[in-house]
Design a protein around this ligand. Structure first.
Ligand SMILES: *Cc1c(COP(=O)(O)O)cnc(C)c1O
Length: 233
């Protein structure tokens, strides 16, 4: 007998996430604030990703270049694709044309490579700067005290536009770091640096998205809470 794959759990999860996002927004934010739900697709089959798009998801988050390249042709076209994983400079050329936003820029070296390839394909690449707000050795991201210098350099690059900041805060003491990140975002915003827009604060995952909304997130990146626990094959 042929089994019909059921994605009903994705509908339920999606409704639950939207409900909790709305609840956090009603409590802590202005009604006019827009908060985007990104579906993080790592290890998830394209059919399941497309079901999330059917539910209303309009932004996909990709972590791995190879995995993205193997899945991209199967994705429904209504969603934009963002890159959120650690990006090696030698892989920039494979994704530059497809990405509406690259969240994980944390060095001049990587930014320069993105700028170079963006020029080649005649686009201005929107990026976020990833901040290692907890100062954890295991995580990517620029340290908060080097953020402004990095922004000054990246602000000079003609084919890059900085749209905001991204972070993966520590689980331990989570709220303190969400708050610190919000403060950094507001500080940079008030400095009105050349070619630097603070429109997007990409912060919050399955375990902390409601708290992240409390501290000013404009985009939450959700994998597990939407698609279930990841199974690595
Ligand atoms: C995997 C991942 C997420 C989603 O994590 P979940 O806890 O499964 O929601 C968000 N952001 C980045 C950068 C990730 O790698």
């Amino acid at each position: 007998m042929q089994m019909e794959t059921s994605f009903a759990y994705i509908d339920e999860n999606y409704q639950q996430i939207i409900y909790e996002m709305e609840e956090a927004k009603a409590k802590y934010r202005r009604p006019s604030d827009a908060i985007t739900l990104m579906a993080v697709t790592k290890t998830v089959a394209p059919e399941a990703v497309n079901h999330a798009i059917d539910c209303g998801v309009r932004v996909l988050g990709e972590n791995r270049v190879q995995e993205y390249l193997s899945k991209k042709d199967f994705y429904a076209p209504q969603a934009q694709v963002h890159f959120i994983g650690h990006l090696q400079t030698n892989k920039v050329k494979y994704i530059i044309e497809d990405m509406a936003l690259i969240h994980s820029v944390d060095s001049v070296h990587l930014a320069a490579e993105i700028d170079r390839y963006a020029a080649r394909v005649q686009k201005t690449q929107n990026i976020l700067i990833e901040v290692n707000v907890g100062g954890e050795a295991s995580k990517s991201g620029v340290s908060p005290d080097r953020l402004e210098d990095l922004l000054l350099e990246v602000g000079q690059m003609p084919h890059i536009r900085v749209k905001g900041l991204m972070t993966i805060p520590p689980a331990e003491g989570n709220e303190k770091f969400l708050s610190k990140m919000q403060q950094l975002y507001l500080d940079i915003s008030s400095k009105k640096m050349d070619n630097i827009d603070m429109e997007i604060l990409s912060m919050g995952m399955s375990g902390d998205y409601a708290a992240a909304i409390r501290y000013g997130s404009t985009m939450v990146r959700i994998g597990t809470a939407l698609f279930g626990v990841r199974t690595y094959l």
